[in-house]
Design a protein around this ligand. Structure first.
Ligand code: F6P
Length: 261
């Protein structure tokens, strides 16, 4: 696992967008796994700027959703499908057909989850998966104690996550669904490159446990330690509880220039 400490969220977004641009230059039809929430927005802003300036061609990129609420009406503005369309797919000028995600309104949710895992595999697998992290260490919507081998499935949100996400629902927790579909941790670990961005002091404890703690289901993001190519990008505030911050800074500062993230 590589840990990169950047000054702020904007720098983190630019660094990761540069990594995505490099991937798209090598593989124009790369399958990019995207996360929602506030954290990845600087990544999308930077990537959209690169595309609009002509620095990178994303016209053949494909986009895969990480998770989804269950039970929101189709087209609800806070469904993750609507969110990814608005924040990523449309600004990149991609057709909706380039975008895949689990069906949160399916009658048979379990079948929809299994179908999504098959769809990801048939698409050749995710090349680069962007991840955020919950204050409780969740990735996607894999809450603490999720199986580290889990596949895409329905999960029940913790109260804390519903409180955290109420800001997207008029600060009304009653509007936040209890259930979600999320790529499982085993599914996420199949992506070729995992890139987790964490910003702000509220993520510092989860980051420290993810990077320096044991691999444990209570901190789902700690499963990144098992991945052969995982990059954790943190701003100074989110790095505040890392005991080995100096080591990570030294290692990154001395990284060969030709190695991107
Ligand atoms: O980036 P935020 O808004 O803090 O959210 C953190 C994480 O929580 C989720 O939004 C799910 O609650 C993830 O998709 C995200 O990575």
């Amino acid at each position: 696992m590589e840990v990169v400490i950047v000054p702020d969220a904007k720098a983190g977004g630019e660094l990761i967008a540069e990594g995505i641009a490099g991937l798209l230059r090598r593989k124009p039809d790369a399958l990019l796994g995207v996360a929602t929430g506030s954290t990845p927005l600087p990544i999308y802003d930077a990537l959209i700027s690169q595309v609009r300036s002509g620095a990178v061609d994303a016209s053949r990129a494909r986009i895969a959703q990480l998770d989804e609420y269950v039970g929101l009406p189709a087209g609800h503005p806070e469904s993750y499908r609507s969110t990814v369309l608005r924040q990523v797919v449309q600004p990149l000028g991609l057709p909706e057909s380039s975008f895949m995600g689990p069906d949160g309104s399916a009658e048979d949710v379990q079948a929809a989850c299994e179908a999504y895992d098959r769809q990801l595999a048939e698409a050749g697998g995710v090349d680069l998966q962007i991840l955020g992290i919950g204050t409780d260490g969740h990735i996607g919507f894999n809450e603490p104690y999720s199986s580290l081998a889990s596949r895409t499935r329905i999960k029940t949100l913790t109260e804390q996550t519903r409180i955290d996400n109420a800001r997207f629902f008029d600060n009304d927790i009653e509007q936040v669904p209890h259930h979600v579909i999320t790529q499982g941790i085993g599914t996420i670990l199949e992506a070729r490159h995992l890139v987790l961005l964490a910003t702000g002091e509220g993520k510092a404890e989860a980051v420290a446990q993810t990077v320096e703690g044991p691999v444990a289901a209570i901190v789902p993001a700690s499963a990144l330690q098992l991945h052969p190519h995982a990059t954790v990008v943190v701003d100074e505030a989110a790095a505040a509880k890392l005991k080995h911050a100096d080591y990570f800074r030294h290692t990154y500062a001395n990284k060969p220039a030709w190695q991107g993230i």
